[in-house]
Design a protein around this ligand. Structure first.
Ligand SMILES: N[C@@H](CCC(=O)N[C@@H](CS)C(=O)NCC(=O)O)C(=O)O
Length: 226
C-alpha cells in the first residue's frame, strides 16, 4: 500500500495541507489504496532524506515528493487506471493550473487564515510556524490576518477565470473532474479545514462547483480516515 506523509494539526484527524489534498485526491482518482501518516512541521527527521516538505509518498521502494511530481509519477506508473490529465496536452494545461493555484490562490488565501492555522497546529509546531511565517509575511500573524472581511473580496475576484470557465462546463476538466480540479479544490480545502472564515460566497459559481465535487466519491475516498 502507498504511504503518504500528510500534514496534521494538533488533532491528528485534521489534515489541512493544500498540497497533500491534491495528492490524496489524485490517489483516490486512481483508485489506489493509501495510508496517510500524520506529520507535523517539526518532524523533518521523519521524512526521507532530501525531503523537507509534504506530501511525500512511498510506493514500494519508490519515494516521490512534491504534489506535482507525485501526480506525474502516478499517471506514468498507473496508466491502466483512470487518467488524471486525459492526455499530454491536459497535463501541460494542468501545469498551468498548478502554477496559478500556487502563485495566486495560495498567496491569496494565506493572509486570510494564517493566524487560524497557528490556532489549530500542534503545540510543538507553533514557535516554528510563527517565526517562519511572520518572517515570510512581514508581520505578526494576527496583524496579517486582520481586516480580512474587507480583503476577501480581492481573493474572490482573483478566481474570475475559474468562475468564467464554470459557466460553460461543470468541471475544470470538462464533463468530469481531472487533476486540475483537484489542484483548485485541494487549495480551497486548506482554508476550509483550518478556519470557519468563508473564503467563498454561497452564491458564487465556484462555491457550487466545490459542492458538486465534494459530493463525489473521489472526495470521500480521499478524506476517509485511515
Ligand atoms: N511545491 C510543494 C510544496 C509543498 C509544501 O510547501 N508543503 C508544506 C505543507 S503545506 C510543507 O511541508 N512545509 C514545511 C515547512 O513549512 O517547513 C508541493 O507541491 O508539494
Amino acid at each position: 500500500m502507498i504511504r503518504l506523509h500528510d500534514l496534521a494539526g494538533a488533532d491528528p484527524a485534521l489534515r489541512f495541507s493544500p498540497y497533500c489534498w491534491r495528492t490524496k485526491l489524485a490517489l483516490a482518482h486512481k483508485g489506489l489504496d493509501f495510508e496517510a501518516l500524520p506529520w507535523r512541521f517539526t518532524e523533518r527527521d521523519r521524512l526521507p532524506e532530501g525531503h523537507r516538505t509534504v506530501p511525500v509518498i512511498h510506493d514500494a521502494d519508490r519515494i516521490v515528493g512534491d504534489s506535482w511530481a507525485i501526480a506525474c509519477y502516478l499517471e506514468e506508473s498507473y496508466p491502466e487506471r483512470p487518467s488524471l490529465f486525459g492526455c499530454e496536452t491536459g497535463r501541460a494545461h494542468a501545469a498551468f493550473v498548478n502554477a496559478w493555484a500556487d502563485r495566486v490562490m495560495v498567496a491569496g488565501i494565506a493572509p486570510l487564515v494564517v493566524a487560524d492555522i497557528w490556532g489549530v497546529i500542534h503545540d510543538k509546531d507553533r514557535a516554528y510556524f510563527r517565526e517562519s511565517r511572520e518572517k515570510r509575511m512581514g508581520g505578526l500573524l494576527e496583524d496579517v490576518q486582520a481586516d480580512r472581511d474587507s480583503r476577501v473580496e480581492s481573493f474572490r475576484a482573483s478566481l474570475a477565470p475559474l468562475r468564467h470557465v464554470l459557466k460553460t462546463q461543470d468541471f475544470v476538466g470538462g464533463e468530469a473532474p481531472s487533476y486540475a480540479d483537484y489542484i483548485v479544490f485541494g487549495t480551497l480545502e486548506w482554508g476550509r479545514r483550518v478556519s470557519e472564515f468563508p473564503l467563498l460566497a454561497a452564491e458564487d459559481a465556484v462555491f457550487a462547483w466545490r459542492e458538486r465535487l465534494a459530493a463525489m466519491p473521489v472526495v470521500a475516498a480521499a478524506s476517509a480516515p485511515r
